[in-house]
Design a protein around this ligand. Sequence first.
Ligand SMILES: Cc1cc2nc3c(=O)[nH]c(=O)nc-3n(C[C@H](O)[C@H](O)[C@H](O)COP(=O)(O)O)c2cc1C
Length: 166
Amino acid sequence: MFTMELFGPRQTILVTCRGKAEVLGMEQEKDNAIAIAWHMPLSFEPMMYAIAVAKQRFSYKLIKESKVFCVNFMPNKMLDEVVFCGTHSGAHTDKLIDAGLHSEDCDKIHCQKLIDALGWLECEVVEEIEVGDHVMFTAKVLASNLQKEAKRPFHITGDKFTTTTD
Ligand SMILES: Cc1cc2nc3c(=O)[nH]c(=O)nc-3n(C[C@H](O)[C@H](O)[C@H](O)COP(=O)(O)O)c2cc1C
């Protein structure tokens, strides 16, 4: 029988994205963050990265329209914030505020990155590939930075997580 445990623990990141959304009946630019366990590096030269996003996610609409996103590698001590962003939709809430996340503008893309992240990839979408119930966004990494190292959160299944050892 298929079980998520087959994939082993998967590092869970927060992907930030930005786009137009209706806020209090008016169209406004909105920042959002989604927890993603399905992601991978694709190429060194050019540096490419991929994320798999289900079509019903609010973030899917934002990334599809803006064609950019930022990968934020989070520390395990922020697991609660990561899970919050993986269990609430930004369609009706301001997740960055509700999760207590601090952000600033990216250098190369029109999007925010999370200040508490260990590192970032600023990504520009190259291709959107339909792969079943998820869509794979392949993206060129326009800027990357690893600013510190710490234990990272890894998703096992359901609400089970593990982390790396020192
Ligand atoms: C640990 C974890 C990993 C997740 N990984 C993915 C993923 O790889 N792709 C995806 O589409 N959704 C994933 N999700 C679900 C989304 O994060 C969740 O549906 C989120 O509320 C969507 O937010 P949005 O509607 O604001 O985009 C994951 C959730 C959790 C808790």
